[in-house]
Design a protein around this ligand. Structure first.
Ligand code: B1M
Length: 232
């Protein structure tokens, strides 16, 4: 039996448990991550703190080692799967805040890009803040975005891209919206690790969201502004 098998998660104090979660996420241990999330919830941690401090914190370490060639795609997939296990426990709790309905959003990752953890996190946080979210998944061509906009008529279009090679596709979507005379009907928010504010402005988005919390704040602000303009 290895040392790992001897660790009883509930015996660890909060700080040790979060460190252990970083290790377990790194090792792709989904069941351990789920158990640890439940322990932190029982100890009175807020779902948002578990998400940001333990899960996103752990994924950041995975990201660094992936970049540095220490971890490879199969290991990162396992880590992502473990992260999703933890997120699925938190999702209903984040959505359960009883917030009044704020507006609606269609969100998806752009064509050529299959990263979805950040997008899922944004969806969860937006739902928790009272937005209705239609998640159209990954690898979306411009046609898929336009179809979803036409079908759901949301206040906001959200786009996610994690690769420097896929982020320019956001401009393809926005340019097509302009060509079809649809651009001004929607608030366009974009996000993803390689983006920045300058890029958001350059492609004609309304806002660049550094993280999920910023996405929620920006969405609230823009929707309130839109409703004020409509009632003026
Ligand atoms: Co990928 N990958 N990956 N990967 N991967 C990155 C992005 C990379 C930075 C890793 C690295 O080298 N350090 C690098 C990109 C380099 C670059 O373009 N400059 C990279 C690469 C190269 C690749 C492949 C090409 C690797 C290969 O095959 N050789 C390949 C590409 C596949 C493809 O998409 N076509 C690939 C594959 C994968 C996996 C499948 C193994 C897996 C994805 C699993 C999944 O998502 N289901 C994966 C992962 C997990 C990562 C890292 C490690 C983690 C991404 C993540 O989930 N972060 C990532 C390294 C990194 O980013 N540090 C990496 C956690 C998440 C909470 O953060 O997604 O940034 P993030 O989302 C944040 C904000 O950005 C923002 O809010 C979120 C929450 O706070 N946000 C939005 C995001 N979207 C938003 C949308 C909004 C608003 C805010 O709309 C309104």
């Amino acid at each position: 039996m290895s040392d790992e098998d001897d660790i009883i998660l509930s015996d660890l104090d909060d700080e040790e448990l979060v460190q252990q979660m970083f290790d377990d996420l790194y090792d792709g241990l989904k069941e351990e991550i789920e158990e640890a999330v439940n322990i932190l919830l029982e100890r009175g941690w807020q779902p948002y703190d578990i998400l940001t401090k333990a899960l996103v914190g752990g994924m950041t370490i995975v990201g660094h080692d992936f970049r540095d060639g220490i971890l490879f795609v199969p290991e990162v997939l396992l880590a992502a799967n473990a992260m999703k296990g933890g997120m699925s426990i938190l999702k209903p709790l984040l959505a359960e805040t009883g917030a009044p309905r704020m507006g609606s959003m269609v969100i998806g990752t752009v064509k050529g890009d299959i990263h979805d953890i950040g997008k899922n996190l944004v969806s969860m946080m937006m739902e928790g803040a009272g937005f209705e979210v239609v998640d159209i998944g990954i690898n979306n061509a411009v046609e898929a975005y336009l179809e979803a906009l036409d079908e759901h008529k949301p206040d906001i279009l959200g786009m996610s891209a994690l690769l420097t090679t896929t982020m320019p596709y956001m401009k393809v979507v926005i340019d097509t919206m302009v060509e079809q005379g649809l651009r001004d009907d929607y608030i366009v928010l974009v996000g993803g690790a390689p983006l920045n504010e300058e890029f958001g402005k350059a492609i004609g988005a309304d806002g660049y969201c550094r993280d999920a919390a910023v996405a929620v704040e920006m969405a609230k602000e823009y929707v309130a502004r839109k409703h004020n303009q409509m009632s003026a």
